[in-house]
Design a protein around this ligand. Structure first.
Ligand SMILES: [Zn+2]
Length: 318
């Protein structure tokens, strides 16, 4: 599944091609993409509008149209946005949505652009998605957009707000193992299985350590680990381990730079001990058991069962 760096890579590729241009057509061939909204309703809300900005929040790609109309896209498991090199060729398999953009330049007046489909330089983007879990949702106005994200996402990890102290305040409210804590989009937005493993290794924290038992120093290290892993992923233009491709079809390179993720049996880049695999939060999880020491069994049991000693609950509530 694409995570924050993969979505950010798509955004950076596409933004120069779409910002300032007008969406002439949004052809949705799979109504499941935008349900409960009907494809015609969604198309009517955005067609003919200029793209002010292509943004991102967590793993969502956010089309900001003039008039503060937002189309909020999630790639989920296998979604991808491809730049169609040859509009004459048949669309690739699993195309669910087609975005057509006019050829006018940013800032140009466009009163006469209703014939945009015929303008030279017209561009097309395709949303392809073999497993069909991807979504496109509409938000009308800034308040609706903010409410959409407030209901779904926690802190943006590459924003100024995400400090060690902020992370510690979040972690203290969660008894989940820290790997599960990181995967919860309502805590930290945009981190998935790859970047959680890489961040925990960078911070030298075992994935099963209960989040509320992290020290201030560990929270500071984890904040740096999350930011460092995400930035490394963006610098490598994402990881292509499954379906992820850049809009031009090129693969990302971050899979070649993983420190522990998917490296079972390979030497730890710090101590040389073989990387181990275990299951945490239901996901294949990779770590170095020397660099990321196991929590004591009692803490693990508490994290697994969600229970805590009464004395601890009393302390927490005081
Ligand atoms: Zn190690």
């Amino acid at each position: 599944m694409p995570e924050l760096p993969e979505v950010e890579t798509i955004r950076r590729h596409l933004a120069p091609h779409v910002e300032g241009r007008r969406l002439t057509a949004l052809a949705i061939s799979d109504p499941r993409w935008c349900r409960p909204l009907a494809p015609a309703e969604l198309a009517a809300a955005v067609e003919g509008r200029r793209v002010e900005q292509l943004g991102r929040r967590g793993k969502y790609l956010v089309w900001w149209f003039e008039g503060d109309v937002f189309l909020i896209v999630h790639l989920r498991m296998t979604g991808n946005l491809l730049h169609r090199a040859d509009p004459g060729a048949p669309p690739p398999g699993h195309t669910r949505v087609r975005f057509a953009l006019d050829g006018e330049s940013a800032g140009a007046d466009s009163l006469g652009s209703s014939a945009g489909a015929e303008l030279p330089g017209e561009d097309e983007l395709l949303f392809t998605d073999p497993r069909r879990f991807g979504t496109g949702e509409l938000a009308l106005g800034l308040d609706a957009r903010d409410a959409f994200f407030a209901a779904r996402l926690g802190v943006e990890p590459l924003g100024d707000e995400f400090t060690g102290a902020y992370l510690r305040a979040l972690a203290r409210a969660s008894r989940a193992p820290v790997k599960a804590f990181l995967l919860n989009q309502k805590r930290v937005a945009g981190v998935g299985n790859i970047y959680a493993d890489e961040a925990l290794f960078r911070a030298r924290i075992h994935p099963l350590r209960p989040a509320d038992r992290l020290t201030a120093a560990q929270c500071a290290a984890l904040r740096d680990g999350v930011v460092g892993a995400l930035k490394a992923g963006i610098a490598a233009q994402g990881a292509s381990i499954d379906d992820f491709r850049h809009p031009d079809g090129v693969r990302g390179a971050f899979q070649d730079e993983f420190l522990v993720h998917r490296r079972e049996g390979a030497p730890c880049p710090v101590c040389g001990r073989p990387v181990r695999k275990l299951v945490a939060a239901g996901r294949g999880t990779y770590l170095c058991e020397r660099c990321q020491p196991r929590p004591r069994a009692r803490l693990r049991r508490q994290a697994a069962s969600g229970t805590s000693r009464p004395s601890r609950s009393a302390r927490t509530s005081s």
